[in-house]
Design a protein around this ligand. Structure first.
Ligand code: VAH
Length: 317
């Protein structure tokens, strides 16, 4: 049985990955780290951690005899643009800390999330290929491309088994929307259910690749369990579920909540979104390790509303 460390366990991916890993491996085999400002009640051993402190990470890895790491601690695109120096430390330097410790302590396997933010304005925007131009125009994207290159180097030079996917916009009911760009989509559901008017910070026609968190978590665990020989890249795999525009999401939400009212007021997020793909070619992930999303825009909206009605205690009328 693996002994797993999850950094950033209270974040958008961590909040959904943790219950899935507990179900699969048992809470006794999982250790979570949280930032000092976070409060969680978990059945897993919990450690407070400054992810930029390599000695503190080493102590946790040795104390719990960790052999598998899901390194999820990080800042999203908008937060990173607001504080690029901190974002570099949290998003890139912490990854190098983890990879150096994986080499030192012979950690068996590491997962690290890249993002479609690794692509930039001169990357083909439609059906973006696995191997293409990686010239992002955000600090967040620069840290993701740098991280991918570092992962590839540590795999080839030191045989560190680090695996990664380029998450598109992730839609989840497990955690409130964080300070990103695609997170407008999550915030829409909260406003619609609370019957509040919503101002979208993107244009109505800004298509972005998205994925429902249930599919993202299954894909992440599938990649970590894949036969190493089947993996043809140690940069990061393109994955995606579907693409939609804010207007298309509103139309789908209004099938469930007809009175939902949205206005559009593009701000600095628009330039970030415009630099990203409109859709993704994830055929290599499908070929190498059987990536296969199941949710569609329609089934995602239905499940998000169903789950959030329970979470927010807002019964159907
Ligand atoms: C963000 N949701 O908007 C994240 C993600 C591809 C977008 O990385 O910052």
């Amino acid at each position: 049985m693996p002994k797993i460390l999850i950094t950033g366990s209270a974040g958008q991916v961590g909040s959904a990955l943790l219950p899935a890993l507990i179900h699969k491996y048992g809470a006794e085999n999982i250790v979570i780290t949280i930032h000092k400002t976070t409060a969680v009640a978990s059945p897993c051993a919990t450690e407070t951690l400054d992810i930029t402190n390599q000695d503190a990470i080493r102590a946790i890895l040795q104390k719990h005899q960790i052999d598998t790491i899901y390194h999820l601690a990080g800042m999203l695109s908008a937060a990173s643009e607001k504080n690029p120096d901190l974002a570099w430390e949290v998003n890139f330097s912490s990854l190098k800390n983890i990879l150096d410790l994986a080499r030192e302590l012979k950690i068996k396997r590491i997962f690290w999330p890249s993002s479609i933010a690794a692509f930039g304005p001169n990357t083909p925007h439609d059906h973006t290929p696995q191997s293409t131009i990686l010239e992002p125009s955000t600090l967040y994207g620069v840290a993701k491309v740098s991280g991918e290159l570092l992962c590839n180097y540590y795999y080839k030079k030191f045989n560190v088994d680090v695996r990664s996917v380029r998450y598109p916009g992730l839609i989840s009911h497990a955690a409130p929307p964080a300070d990103g760009t695609t997170e407008y989509s999550i915030a829409m559901f909260y406003a619609a259910l609370k019957k509040e008017p919503f101002s979208c910070f993107l244009r109505a026609d800004s298509a972005l690749p998205m994925l429902y968190m249930d599919d993202a978590i299954k894909g992440t665990i599938d990649l970590m369990e894949a036969d190493a020989a089947a993996l043809s890249t140690h940069m990061s795999y393109n994955i995606s579920g579907f693409s939609f525009t804010p207007a298309e999401l509103v139309t789908e939400i209004k099938k469930h909540i007809p009175g939902f009212a949205v206005t559009y007021a593009p701000d600095f997020h628009q330039a970030i979104a415009d630099s990203w793909p409109r859709s993704i070619d994830d055929s290599l992930a499908r070929h190498d390790w059987g990536w296969q999303p199941h949710f569609t825009l329609e089934t995602m909206v239905a499940d998000m509303i169903k789950q959030l009605r329970v979470k927010l205690n807002i019964p159907a009328e």
